[in-house]
Design a protein around this ligand. Structure first.
Ligand code: COA
Length: 705
């Protein structure tokens, strides 16, 4: 169905107008001026002629079924227009009109969505500027008339930004294969469009601007597949808290927490840009550059300072610098003079002439150890801007012919600036800022890594007793509780094959002593009560119990503390728990996210999670490789590898727990949250222990009975 949006055989403009100031006129003018070969029908009850075309008074008068009807009448009249579309068997309507959910008019939006669904019509919008598709040479927008054709497809939720991007891409010489405004996404959303664009040969790169996502689980599935086929660049507004509020009220859809969104997009292989400029730079570079065949990169410079800047930028953007110094010496000693450096960055010094530059870059071109090159140039008196332009263009063309990526960053005065503008016009990737240049190469290399990565096998842990977990949660559900008691939490861990501290529940002091002697000291005692969720906060947990006397005292103290907190609190007993050896404390939490469904979080415990918020997230399901990546992603990861004489920790043990918590959450819809905090992580090979587990139940309506 979506293919008709990109390749419609016929199009109607409902609300076409003679008045050049009206949107209905601009739309028709753009369609007629864009070279579209299909039939175009202006529709307006007044009839007559617009732009030389006979106006049809009503859709009934159109002799063929319409693939796309663009609706540009006020919101209150959209339903009637839609009813006429249904009679004509229109396939897709593109509703330009504003005045729906974006201003709180949810009722009207729901009504048209419901009606369209019942009638088998797909809706693009409402509240959009339309769409352009190079496949049909069709500009069905009320934006600029001229759109440069190319291989970048843009999907945008923001109308104004989208229209501006048409102009901006044209100025920057970025050709478009499509631009689709999705607006309120009443029906067609980014996922529907991606499904089509992934397989479209006209599109090499997809740029998405989103403010909020409604069906995150579906989007994740599609993105994971799509990014293995072509690069996807995303700009999502709402990074800052204030930005998120603005975005939410703007589109009428809620944006997910940015940290979750960021991690999940990385998991999907999406390149998230912080600014529109970065996104456009990446799109242009990816659309014109040869693909990388490896990651070894060489920097060639005539200035030490910019060389260092590029080295820093390479670290930041994950660009791997080639560092075989003896090979580099052999390659570049003849062009570096006595003062330069043959190490990477290869420094030709300020005395380098255009010929020497060319020599050095050509040497890098023919060397198979080097896969891509960053050419840096600071203006000197050794080269005129004309010589510079000629040299850069020649080198770039040779690299392009040979299929090796190269990117330049050039710094200088007025004439140099002009050279940059001219070179950009000819699509030579030259940047004024070193970081902008290197970030483009970073994205190219990320795509290279994505392309060579084997898809991960689905993971199934058959050691998890899901039947047992189901019966535990069913019992809790029956009792109307929304959390598991300690012994139920332990039973759940056991059913999942996870190791926790040894423990038993005592119903009396004498039983507590018996259990204590069996487990051995030191011990922890915790109250078991359905009326107390945060046990430590009310004095319901005592640590370091060393002997029988302390066990007896603790039992009475905890009862006293709990009764003081809540006089009628039901106390089901005391949990006597082995006090586990200290290890490195980490936290693993799984929950059902409103947007992305089941997700999992990992972080180091204590201040790392509370103060630094140093955590990573993934949308489930994930395989072991992805679990390892999420562990590596946190900033404090080196602590797990062992620093200052500390041992390396059992990282595979953490991976096991992530996989199991993920599997439980995914296969138990009645459980909403599982948090293991802390999970003690011992030395490599010595495993992990889940010290405390909190399990919450899903809201009743989402539960299975
Ligand atoms: N079928 C066909 N034509 C109809 C019609 C129907 N059922 N009902 C009305 N019309 C005609 C009108 O007579 C008028 O033609 P005319 O100029 O010959 O009189 C034309 O459709 C447009 O209707 P009009 O009432 O003049 O509306 P408008 O052009 O002032 O505004 C919108 C219509 C859709 C542009 C406006 O309501 C709107 O939503 N604007 C915001 C659009 C926007 O910003 N979108 C988001 C961008 S990101």
């Amino acid at each position: 169905m979506i293919k008709y949006l990109f390749k419609p055989r016929s199009i109607a403009v409902i609300g076409a107008s003679k008045n050049p100031k009206k949107i209905g006129y601009k739309l028709l003018n753009n369609i007629l001026g864009s070279g579209y070969q299909g039939n175009t029908y202006p529709v307006n009850p007044k009839g007559g002629k617009i732009l030389g075309r006979k106006v049809i008074k009503s859709l009934d008068g159109i002799p063929e079924p319409i693939d796309v009807a663009v609706i540009a009448v006020p919101a209150a009249k959209v339903m009637v227009a839609l009813e006429n579309c249904a009679k004509n068997k229109v396939k897709i309507v593109s509703i330009i009109s504003s005045g729906f959910s974006e201003i709180g008019n949810l009722e009207a939006e729901r009504a048209i969505t419901r009606y369209a669904k019942e009638s088998g019509i797909r809706i693009l919008g409402p509240n959009i500027f339309g769409h352009y598709t190079a496949e049909a040479s069709l500009n069905a927008t009320f934006g600029p008339s001229l759109i440069q054709e190319g291989n970048v497809a843009i999907i945008t939720q923001s109308g104004a930004l989208g229209v501006a991007m048409i102009g901006k891409t044209s100025v920057q010489n970025i050709g478009l294969s499509a631009i689709v405004s999705v607006g309120n996404k009443a029906d067609i959303d980014e996922s529907d469009l991606l499904e089509y664009l992934i397989d479209s040969d006209r599109t090499k790169i997809i740029l998405i601007y989103v403010e909020g996502i409604q069906q995150g689980e579906r989007l994740v599935q599609i993105l994971k597949h799509a990014t293995m086929i072509k690069p996807i660049v995303m700009i999502k507004s709402g990074r800052s808290k204030r930005g998120a509020i603005a975005a939410a009220s703007h589109t009428g859809s809620l944006a997910g927490a940015d940290e979750v969104f960021d991690s999940i997009m990385r998991q999907c292989g999406v390149f998230r840009a912080e600014s529109v400029q970065d996104a456009l730079n990446w799109c242009k570079f990816l659309s014109t550059s040869p693909v990388a065949k490896g990651e070894n990169t060489l920097i060639v410079t005539n200035g030490g300072g910019v060389g260092v800047l590029a080295t820093d930028a390479s670290e930041k953007f994950g660009v791997k610098l080639y560092d075989d110094t003896s090979h580099l010496y052999e390659m570049f000693r003849s062009v570096t003079h006595g003062f330069g450096s043959t190490k990477n960055p290869v420094d030709l010094t300020g005395s380098a002439s255009a010929e020497e530059y060319m020599d050095a870059l050509n040497t890098a071109l023919i060397d198979d150890n080097i896969n891509s090159v960053i050419g840096l140039y600071c203006e000197t008196a050794m080269m005129t801007s004309k010589q510079l332009s000629i040299m850069v263009k020649k080198v770039y063309n040779r690299y392009k012919e040979q299929g090796k990526p190269i990117i330049f960053s050039i710094f200088g005065g007025e004439l140099t600036e002009k050279s940059i503008t001219d070179l950009n016009r000819e699509n030579v990737p030259v940047f004024r800022d070193v970081y902008e240049a290197v970030s483009c190469l970073g994205v190219l290399h990320k795509q290279f890594r994505a392309n060579i990565m084997e898809p991960e096998e689905d993971y199934l842990d058959d050691s998890i007793d899901f039947k047992r977990i189901y019966s535990i949660s069913k019992k809790v559900h029956k009792e109307g509780r929304h959390f598991l008691l300690a012994h139920e939490g332990h039973a759940l861990l056991k059913a999942a094959g996870l190791q926790g501290p040894r423990n038993e529940t005592a119903r009396s002091i004498s039983e507590a002593i018996k259990i204590a002697e069996k487990i051995g000291y030191p011990l922890v005692m915790k109250v078991v009560s359905r009326d107390i969720l945060h046990k430590s906060d009310v004095g319901g947990v005592l640590l370091n119990l060393e002997n029988q006397q302390e066990v007896m005292d603790a039992y009475q103290t905890i009862i006293h503390n709990c009764k003081t907190y809540k006089n009628n609190a039901r106390i089901d007993g005391m949990e006597i728990v082995e006090q586990v050896d200290t290890g490195m404390e980490v936290i693993i939490g799984g929950r059902r996210d409103k947007i992305f469904g089941p997700i999992i979080m990992f972080g180091l415990g204590g201040i790392y999670v509370e103060v630094m918020k140093d955590v990573s997230f993934r949308a489930l399901p994930i395989g072991r490789r992805e679990a390892r990546m999420m562990i590596k992603e946190i900033k404090s990861y080196p602590l797990l590898l062992g620093v200052r004489g500390e041992p390396r920790r059992d990282i595979e043990g953490i991976v096991d727990v992530i996989m199991k918590v993920g599997a439980i959450l995914q296969h138990s819809p009645d459980i909403s949250d599982i948090e293991i905090n802390p999970l003690m992580v011992y030395q490599q090979g010595q495993g992990v222990k889940a010290v405390d587990t909190r399990v919450l139940m899903a809201e009743k309506e989402k539960m299975i009975s």
